[in-house]
Design a protein around this ligand. Structure first.
Ligand SMILES: C[S@@+](CC[C@H](N)C(=O)[O-])C[C@H]1O[C@@H](n2cnc3c(N)ncnc32)[C@H](O)[C@@H]1O
Length: 416
């Protein structure tokens, strides 16, 4: 792939995967020149035969006295995880997050300049409602027309926990019980830790959390871990240590009351963003949405082929039936995989606008056909087209595409 601005870290940030989209593997640990991550484990998914725990296994007692925060912001460990609440004072509207957080990371979060700002307001009156769907469980639907770039809602997570399972005695567990039963015991130990965080929630938040979907009922996950794995949003703005490690080994996963009800489509109409200062996720319309339409974001890489998307969705038990998956062909795969390169080509084409404007118009049409108007690539593309027409001294057309750029650039601002 050519290098260009779309390969920059900022551009790559556009695709945010919920937690379970990370490749599933038994265990993972890495050594980094400046960081060593231990105790991290990514559990299996699907049906795991023989889920019985070893007869001699007794759950660890979570050392509450060491690990429970006293609810004061300054409380953090130099080395170790804390259970804590943000903000520590109970909010009558329920906007509190329970966290299992590495002590130094808590310190980093709390010292973010401007922390803690109020949650952003939605654009206009309430525009969404939860409803059941015939084939996806619950979903989130627009109750009125929503414009591209509008904030549909913003919320603090119910829970924020490390992305992988953090089980302090993992090595001894595997040594004692072997790979298969060791994995089950690790999950049981992880469940114990999650139980502490969930027990700290208000009753209302706990009920909302426990009512979320659980697609991990047969792989050995406990009921809380199953909900975390089904509903987590990757929060890579929060990470342990000085830098982010590969495979999300040191990032966090957030579970949301409303956001976690949004289903997947490879033709999404919603984007989301986590803002550390208000400690909240905002969900914005990435296209104009009509009243009654379901809201979707993408759990997978929308620039990947249909088969890669399918494998990225497998941990959710999602078999996507969006138009792009149903009608996928080698040609449509190629189109998706080449969007980023083609937008970089626009910079070349603009040197001879009259001869090349059709390339840029075709790119735009391909993106519309694939339902990807919410991608940054699309905003860049219409901006280039506007530039082509300006150079060709066709101001009316230039203005039309400039207006479209401004509409989609409202979204780009969310991600920069
Ligand atoms: C984050 S939850 C979304 C909300 C969920 N439908 C509910 O009832 O709460 C993810 C789960 O929703 C279901 N789901 C999401 N998108 C889907 C899709 N496109 N097709 C089928 N099921 C889907 C899957 O069961 C998936 O594991």
């Amino acid at each position: 792939m050519k290098r260009g601005f779309l390969n920059s870290a900022k551009a790559k940030k556009e695709t945010l995967y919920p937690a379970a989209a990370a490749p599933s593997q038994e265990t993972a640990s890495v050594s980094h020149p400046s960081q060593k991550v231990e105790f991290v484990s990514k559990p299996r998914y699907g049906k795991v035969e023989n889920r019985e725990l070893p007869g001699d296994y007794t759950p660890s007692k979570i050392p509450m006295s060491d690990m429970q925060s006293n609810g004061v912001y300054k409380d953090h460990f130099v080395n170790g995880f804390v259970f804590t609440t943000i903000p520590p004072k109970r909010d009558p509207a329920g906007n509190n997050t329970e966290l299992l957080l590495h002590g130094p990371t808590k310190k980093k979060v709390l010292s973010t300049p401007g922390f803690l700002k109020p949650i952003p307001m939605p654009t206009g009156p309430v525009s969404y409602a939860l409803r059941s769907t015939p084939d996806m469980g619950f979903g989130c639907f627009a109750t009125r027309a929503i414009k591209a770039g509008d904030v549909i809602f913003a919320e603090r997570p119910l829970l924020l926990v490390p992305m992988g399972m953090h089980v302090p005695n993992r090595a001894q567990i595997y040594e004692r019980y072997g790979t298969h039963q060791g994995a089950l015991v690790a999950l049981a130990e992880w469940e114990k830790m999650l139980e502490v965080a969930v027990a700290r929630m208000t009753e209302e938040n706990r009920n909302a959390f426990m009512a979320l979907a659980n697609n991990h009922q047969e792989d050995g996950s406990g009921p809380i871990a199953g909900i975390v794995r089904t509903n987590g949003y990757m929060t890579d703005e929060i990470f342990d240590g000085p830098m982010k490690l590969p495979n999300n080994l040191n990032t966090y996963s957030a579970i949301l009351k409303i956001g976690s009800r949004i289903n997947h489509s490879c033709r999404p109409n919603v984007v989301h963003d986590f803002d550390l200062v208000s400690f909240s996720f905002s969900f914005k319309a990435s296209k104009d949405i009509a009243a009654g339409e379901q809201l979707f974001y993408s759990y997978c890489d929308v620039n990947a082929s249909a088969s890669v998307r399918r494998s990225q969705l497998a941990p959710y038990g999602v078999v996507c039936k969006c138009l792009s998956c149903i009608n996928a062909t080698p040609a449509s795969d190629k189109i998706r995989m080449e969007f980023n390169d083609r937008i970089n080509d626009c910079a070349k084409w603009i040197l001879d606008p009259r001869a090349n404007v059709h390339h840029a118009l075709k790119l735009r049409q391909d993106m519309v056909d694939e339902g990807l108007e919410g991608q940054l690539t699309y905003a860049y593309c219409v901006n280039f087209i506007s530039g082509f027409y300006l150079l060709m001294e066709e101001p009316i057309k230039a203005q039309r595409f400039q207006a479209e750029f401004e509409k989609y650039n409202r979204l780009a601002k969310l991600r920069f």
